[in-house]
Design a protein around this ligand. Structure first.
Ligand code: NOJ
Length: 758
């Protein structure tokens, strides 16, 4: 019996007895298997496990280093590749896996990674949109659907969820995250990890390992400028940036990806403090750290590492276990060890962590367990998956304004005019990051509205949002000159009862490398909206966007505004069902919408400052002299076709000992005509602390479903986890003092009670 066979059988036995749990504890059986395997490995083979190459076609970064397909196959055969990214489809994955398993000396399987960001083929809404649902069950389900399709396509590991908190709408990658708040972001991160990884046993071949990215502070890059530096203080790092990552680690996440930025001058890829001290030691993370695409090599142009040798040494010593497409670990690391310049224990640790996850995924039991053509056909694009992403899409929509009862539209007897090229687009709603999906596969808004057969619907394009159809690898060209469709649209507008206008960003207008300095509706779109408004003001604006936009004129003048993001493959059906009233919107903004780009960064959990007052004609207070200080729409904001009323919250006592749990209760009543859902939000304010605390911090939320006239009482209990904070040394502390608890339907409209922790 050869060595591979022994491993195979014993690993099978082991998995039936013990399963890896969520607390990142080690499974002794797996550790023993790793010991046996590593005792046979040469230093080159160990470093080989730490190397990841891109596949053969889709490229998600600068020129890949692995060379031709033949060269990559050769290196796999030599045992110099531990992982491939962006290889997909059972046939393709089998081809590379077969080489690793059958032609290398030790037969160690590859782990296959992929950017499964918001669905695989059956695309769900962009992650920022999903976050607007505040519906953790739906979000978990959406990740589960994505995992199942990716797994059925041979993929073992996703590079998601992204959990970068950001307050900067200029940054294009906001669309991949959950917005500005670490509490909401942490809950969503954990829900997504669960959706991808299930119970962490990986007993089902439809669950895959997840990645917490990008570690860390990528959302705080200066000026919202992609790949830039982050100059960030300890208070923000510990209390805003790191909490979602901690939640993901506690949920059992199996990998963490470096961010491209520097943190206070040190590239995250070489940041020992966050990778070793915090992630690996304090949080006891037992999975592995993958670099971002070429982020090890990029430490050279950053001016941090003088050459490849220095970059390899810095990255591995800091705790970066796998090299994605820098092509630096394989040629340099083993040599550095042989020369005594890098301690072999770093390589052993990295290799062990990677093998651990491969064992956990069952790849040693059966390297082909994810490769089943029949399953691939059945799972990908199934009816159930389409239903799940449609449900997610409806829940992601946020109603920003609804005057004159313009919405819902009437299903018959109302002349409805639909305008804007985005309304007919089957591509833009798919959003960015959708490598495995096919272009032009979304249900457009036009198609969705046409399902309402009795509706008197006319479509006139009126405006092209872009001049040509962009791709993942091209810059979006917005239309700034072509007004040729305006006249026809204006003519049609005269006869319409209601106009639905779909405007905003193209789906590829946000995402990686899509930073903007202007947050207005791009190109001629605002001008078009104003021209139509002059003819007929009964307009419903349906916004498509991957970030907050500055839509002040629309907010002042347009009676109804629906935030519809990029909602994925079922976008048009979701929008239509909301517009015609078959679904009552309940989404709430996961990010503050600014009035102008100069307000950025603007966020609800800001500090009070020493001069917060805004009265008495005194100029010396915290304000802008040329703009309101308040946002256009606050964090947590969103309307419904019905209305809700909150009672005054009550608290079970006024004083508590440390460790006791204050319980805050409130009654919510549906005071309108429709059944609806409300996201009740609880915020706290720690009034005096050894490190000044924000004016409000979200610490609880609950979705409450109510029929017209119905009321429900809900309770939030506050544990130390909600009441404490990280001090500037990174210690979590709960301090005595007075607090406020505030409850409401958004961060700006709350009712409060006070209490004290003795
Ligand atoms: C670079 C991106 O920053 C990262 O999020 C992604 O996972 C990798 N490229 C792989 O595509």
């Amino acid at each position: 019996m050869n060595f591979k066979r022994i491993l195979f059988i014993s690993a099978m036995n082991m998995l039936t007895v013990t399963q890896v749990n969520a607390q990142q504890k080690l499974n002794p059986e797996i550790e023993k298997k790793i010991d046996v395997l590593m005792s046979k490995m040469t230093i080159d083979e160990k470093v080989g496990q730490m190397n990841q190459y891109n596949g053969f076609w889709d490229v998600t970064g600068p020129t890949p280093v692995g060379g031709s397909a033949e060269q990559k196959y050769e290196n796999i055969k030599k045992g110099l590749v531990g992982s491939m990214l962006t290889v997909r489809g059972v046939k393709e994955v089998r081809a590379v896996q077969k080489i690793a398993v059958e032609q290398t000396r030790l037969g160690i399987p590859l782990i296959i990674g992929f950017d499964v960001i918001h669905g695989y083929k059956t695309l769900s809404p962009i992650p920022l949109a999903e976050a607007a649902s505040w519906d953790l069950k739906a979000i978990e389900k959406s990740a589960e659907v994505a995992a199942s399709e990716a797994a059925a396509s041979g993929i073992n590991w996703t590079f998601g969820p992204m959990m970068d908190i950001s307050r900067d709408a200029r940054w294009g990658r906001l669309m991949e995250g959950a917005g500005e708040d670490p509490f909401l972001g942490g809950k969503i991160a954990a829900a997504r990890v669960k959706g991808f990884q299930g119970d962490n046993s990986f007993s089902s071949p439809l669950r895959i390992a997840a990645t917490a990215k990008h570690f860390a502070a990528y959302g705080f890059i200066e000026g919202g400028l992609e790949y830039n530096s982050a100059e960030i203080g300890t208070n923000t790092l510990y209390n805003q940036v790191l909490p979602p990552f901690k939640e993901a680690v506690d949920a059992g996440i199996r990998s963490v990806m470096n961010s491209f930025n520097t943190i206070n001058g040190v590239p995250a890829t070489a940041d020992k403090h966050i990778l070793r001290d915090i992630l690996k030691q304090k949080w006891a993370f037992s999975g592995f750290v993958i670099s971002d695409w070429a982020s090890i090599r990029e430490m050279i142009p950053w001016g941090y590492s003088k050459d490849e040798n220095a970059a390899a040494k810095a990255a591995v010593e800091a705790g970066t276990d796998m090299d994605m497409e820098s092509g630096i670990y394989v040629p340099y690391l083993a040599e550095l060890v042989k020369q005594g310049k890098v301690n072999e224990s770093y390589i052993d640790e990295a290799c062990r962590r990677i093998l651990r996850v491969k064992f956990e995924l069952g790849l040693f039991d059966d390297p082909y367990r994810f490769l089943d053509e029949k399953r691939e056909k059945e799972v990908i694009g199934s009816k159930a998956n389409h239903e799940a992403v449609l449900d997610m899409a409806k829940k992601s929509i946020v109603l920003l304004k609804n005057e004159k009862n313009l919405l819902p539209l009437k299903k018959s007897g109302q002349k409805i005019l639909l305008l804007g090229s985005l309304a007919e687009s089957k591509n833009s709603p798919l959003g960015s990051w959708r490598i495995a999906s096919d272009n032009n596969t979304a249900v457009s808004v036009l198609e969705g509205m046409k399902q309402y057969k009795e509706s008197d619907l006319q479509y006139v394009k009126g405006i092209n949002t872009t001049t040509e159809e962009p791709t993942f690898l091209t810059e979006v060209q917005y239309n700034t000159t072509d007004r040729s469709g305006f006249e026809e649209a204006k003519k049609a507008a005269k006869n319409a009862d209601v106009i639905v206008m779909v405007l905003g960003e193209h789906g590829f207008g946000s995402g990686e490398a899509r930073s903007r300095t202007d947050l207005n509706l791009p190109g001629l779109q605002e001008e078009f909206m104003k021209e139509i408004y002059k003819i007929n003001p009964n307009i419903v604006l349906v916004l498509n966007n991957g970030r907050p936009l500055t839509i002040n004129w629309a907010d002042e003048n347009i009676p109804a505004i629906v935030e519809a993001w990029q909602l994925g493959i079922q976008a048009g059906n979701a929008v239509a069902q909301v517009l015609y009233g078959d679904y009552n919107p309940s989404g709430k903004l996961p990010m503050t919408f600014p009035r102008n780009v100069g307000q950025v960064p603007i966020y609800y959990n800001h500090m009070n400052t020493g001069r917060p007052f805004d009265k008495d004609n005194n100029v010396f207070w915290t304000h802008y002299s040329d703009s309101e200080k308040t946002p256009l729409y606050p964090f947590g904001y969103g309307l419904s076709y019905t209305t809700f009323e909150y009672s005054q919250p009550v608290i079970n006592k006024n004083q508590f000992q440390k460790g006791e749990k204050p319980v805050v209760s409130v009654t919510i009543k549906n005071t309108g005509k429709y059944a609806g859902k409300e996201v009740a939000q609880l915020y706290i304010h720690d009034e005096f602390a050894s490190v000044a605390r924000p004016v409000k911090e979200l610490k609880g939320f609950e979705l409450v479903e109510l029929k017209p006239g119905e009321s429900k009482a809900i309770q939030f209990s506050l544990t130390d986890k909600e009441l404490g904070f990280y001090d500037n040394s990174g210690n979590f502390i709960v301090e005595s003092g007075t607090f406020k608890a505030m409850i409401g339907g958004n961060s700006a409209e709350v009712k409060q009670v006070s209490f004290e922790i003795k």
